[in-house]
Design a protein around this ligand. Structure first.
Ligand SMILES: NC(=O)C1=CN([C@@H]2O[C@H](COP(=O)(O)OP(=O)(O)OC[C@H]3O[C@@H](n4cnc5c(N)ncnc54)[C@H](O)[C@@H]3O)[C@@H](O)[C@H]2O)[C@@H](O)CC1
Ligand SMILES: Nc1ncnc2c1ncn2[C@@H]1O[C@H](COP(=O)(O)OP(=O)(O)O)[C@@H](O)[C@H]1O
Ligand SMILES: [K+]
Length: 582
């Protein structure tokens, strides 16, 4: 499991270490410099003439801006010897330096790079800079200029002529969108980056890409897209959360001596105190704090794998109420997702002609009512409109009946006790009562916006996409249900925890992929039905696990190319075998 911390948690972890004289910044800067050297060496090794070499100071104070531009073609400048393959010397690095410790990390890393023979220029974006960092950088022979003196356009040109740019403007001390002058600089750099495409230098964010919401993953203003983020001590929530996570590139976590995590108890309660190694720190209310990302081993540990004692009923029966005569495909996709995930049995409830199609695709499905251990409700069913009267082949009536079973208020349509459910698509418009956490809503951003509008929030799709975790949490708090908000990065908000999964290739954005996900999750919930009702933290974990399996199945079915939704379902058994075998 990856655990991302809030900025407050990072500070609280740092305080006792700093008081004890631990050289946190020196460790961070060394690791940052190593990350840059690794990349530069790899690039130089891949180039026949080594890294590009650059000239001396230009007329505007930035090195080399007056020289003849050699374009982005690799090789040495005329008159200077070519570096050997893999040689980092002469590689050109631009540091963007802010006023705080984030700038301090960057300057100290710059000093290491200068000592290794790189050509390093620091642009100080503020009147203030980290004193020790600047002194060390200049003592090593680094060249520092003030943004106020050189202004933005030459810095952009310098960036375009660099091999590496380090973004050290702000770190966890940042609040809100980048303010001027750093904001203006980053806006110009981000535009140049967009225009330059692959010709833009390798960009490393120091701790976080400057300007992202550290705790909520928002992107309130300009941000320079990083190829790599080297983050210190602990992952930050904004590095896992959309939309900011999409600007962080590959995230490298560097150990600078933070104590080991205290495990799940750490995030289980708001008021508790937990011990992190030698240091006590307040437990966090994960309503505002930690964000988790499941990894394959976490999913394997949760999986309801069958044993010799099991039979089909103990393994879990999934009831699927999906599709109409107009939209029969969703029924096939949701039942296929459930069957392929290994349900003990899948029941289908719906119009006869749709049931026939389901049977043609999946003869294992039982097209008849009866006891189930989890419901999948809503794929391919239209939004409920009480004014016009339902035109849905009786599916709304069936969904309302099943929803009653989810909360334990039984109707004549169903039997059994409280049970978990996946509530998708049209069923999201049929919620009348507060729900338990074992009901998992699976909207995409547009559906979540509509749901929230119905609850009195002024929010549209774009607003949800700008702050996915915030709105998923808002919906969880308002409905009681666990909320799985689908997207390129999917977020799950439930009691005590938030998860974010980024397992699926962009090809997954195809009609019907969400129906398959609903089936996968239905089988997981059915397989652990009693546990899910007994432990309210389990539904969010199983929801995140389903997203991981779905995303990996999509990647497997895609193999780098287009993917059809049904093929995602077909790829699920291979993914599960790999997870459980590994
Ligand atoms: N405290 C420590 O000992 C360590 C800190 N570390 C580094 O220090 C960083 C945190 O340092 P700081 O607490 O000094 O804070 P930062 O360096 O992240 O930023 C704070 C400074 O940025 C300014 N600022 C805040 N929001 C801004 C905005 N929206 N636009 C423009 N300027 C803004 C503030 O006025 C303040 O001067 C971490 O991200 C990490 O990089 C690491 O070196 C590890 C050890
Ligand atoms: N850009 C993307 N990259 C990866 N996965 C995506 C992307 N966009 C959407 N997805 C995933 O594709 C699926 C689409 O589901 P959904 O919107 O419900 O479509 P449908 O209702 O047609 O099945 C979800 O699992 C979602 O997380
Ligand atoms: K930064």
């Amino acid at each position: 499991m990856k655990d991302a911390w809030s900025s407050d948690e990072v500070r609280k972890a740092e305080e006792p270490l700093i008081a004890a004289g631990e050289p946190l910044m020196a460790r961070a800067a060394y690791a940052l410099a190593q990350a840059v050297l690794r990349e530069v060496a790899a690039r130089a090794a891949a180039r026949p003439g080594g890294v590009r070499l650059h000239g001396g100071l230009g007329s505007d104070g930035l090195p080399g801006t007056a020289r003849v531009r050699s374009g982005r073609t690799p090789g040495s400048r005329p008159g200077r010897p070519a570096a050997r393959r893999g040689d980092v010397r002469g590689a050109r690095v631009l540091l963007l330096v802010g006023p705080g410790n984030n700038g301090g990390d960057t300057l100290l890393a710059g000093a290491h790079l200068v000592r290794r023979g790189l050509d390093v220029t620091a642009v100080l974006a503020s009147a203030r800079a980290h004193e020790e960092g600047l002194a060390a950088f200049e003592a090593a022979g680094g060249h520092a200029v003030s943004l106020a003196d050189v202004r933005v356009p030459p810095v952009v040109r310098e960036a375009l002529d660099s091999d590496v740019v380090l973004d050290g403007l702000v770190g966890v001390g940042a609040r809100g969108a980048l303010r001027p002058p750093a904001g203006g600089l980053v806006r110009a750099l981000a535009e140049a980056q967009e225009a330059a495409g692959r010709r833009w230098p390798y960009t490393v964010a120091v701790d976080i890409p400057s300007g992202i919401g550290v705790d909520d993953g928002a992107v309130p203003g300009p941000v320079l897209r990083a190829d790599r983020t080297v983050t210190f001590g602990a992952l930050k929530a904004g590095l896992l959360l959309p939309p900011a996570a999409q600007l962080a590139g590959e995230v490298e976590l560097v150990d600078i001596g933070f104590p080991a995590d205290a495990g799940p108890d750490h995030w289980a309660g708001a008021a508790q105190r937990v011990t992190l190694g030698r240091h006590a720190m307040p437990g966090t209310d994960t309503g505002t704090g930690r964000v988790h990302r499941m990894e394959p081993a976490d999913v394997a540990a949760l999986w309801p794998a069958p044993t010799a004692r099991d039979h089909k009923y103990t393994r879990g029966v999934v009831g699927v109420i999906a599709g109409t005569s107009t939209y029969p495909g969703a029924a096939v996709l949701a039942t296929s997702g459930a069957v392929r995930t290994g349900a003990g049995m899948v029941r289908y409830l719906g119009p006869e002609d749709v049931g026939t199609r389901v049977l043609l695709a999946r003869p294992e499905v039982v097209v008849a009512g009866g006891r189930v251990q989890a419901w999948v409700l809503g794929p391919g069913i239209p939004a409920f409109d009480p004014e016009e009267g339902p035109d849905d082949d009786g599916q709304a009536r069936r969904v309302f009946g099943a929803l009653a079973a989810v909360t334990g208020v039984l109707s004549e349509d169903v039997t059994g006790g409280k049970m978990p459910a996946v509530i998708d698509a049209g069923a999201l418009t049929m919620l009348e009562h507060r729900l338990p956490a074992w009901a998992v809503l699976t909207p995409h951003a547009g559906e979540l916006a509509e749901l929230l509008q119905g609850l009195g929030h002024e929010v549209d799709r774009a607003a949800v996409e700008a702050r996915p975790l915030h709105w998923a949490r808002t919906a969880h708090q308002a409905t009681g249900a666990t909320v799985l908000l689908k997207g390129a990065i999917t977020v799950v908000a439930g009691p005590g925890a938030a998860y974010t999964q980024a397992d699926a290739p962009a090809w997954t954005a195809t009609a019907g992929a969400g129906d398959v996900l609903a089936g996968i999750l239905g089988t997981l919930l059915a397989g652990r039905s009693a546990d899910v009702v007994a432990d309210e933290t389990l539904a969010p974990r199983l929801a995140a696990a389903a997203v991981l399996v779905h995303g990996r199945a999509a990647a497997r079915a895609s193999a780098g190319g287009p993917v059809a939704a049904l093929e995602i379902a077909h790829a699920v058994p291979g993914v599960i075998a790999e997870l459980l075998g590994g």
